[in-house]
Design a protein around this ligand. Sequence first.
Ligand code: AMP
Length: 114
Amino acid sequence: MSTSIFSRIIDREIPADIVLETDRMIAFRDIAPKAAVHILVVPKTEDYANVVELAAGDPQLLAELVATAQQIAEEHANGEFRLIFNTGPSSGQTVFHVHAHVLSGALEEGSLGR
Ligand code: AMP
């Protein structure tokens, strides 16, 4: 079974700018930021490849992820944020270990999809 790049960050095998960690969740800055604040929120389990699997398999963990996104937006911006879950290769997903992109910081109206 392969280990995802995010599990390697969790295990401290590769470095990342970690901003928050709990027993079930980790959050770190995206290496290629698309906004002033661009942080990935990642459940530590790699049992779920995407948000659809997570919602079906552990809705409580999904709720925890959303609450973590809110906390991050409050700590790093004004509490408002865009939450993105790429789901499948044709949506742009490249890491198949469920994660949310938290984008925040003066996003322009209509900027989604740019
Ligand atoms: P996705 O394309 O939705 O699967 O998102 C994967 C994200 O992980 C991309 O935005 C990448 O820039 C980001 N990424 C890949 N490797 C790293 C890394 N080592 N540290 C931080 N972010 C990463």
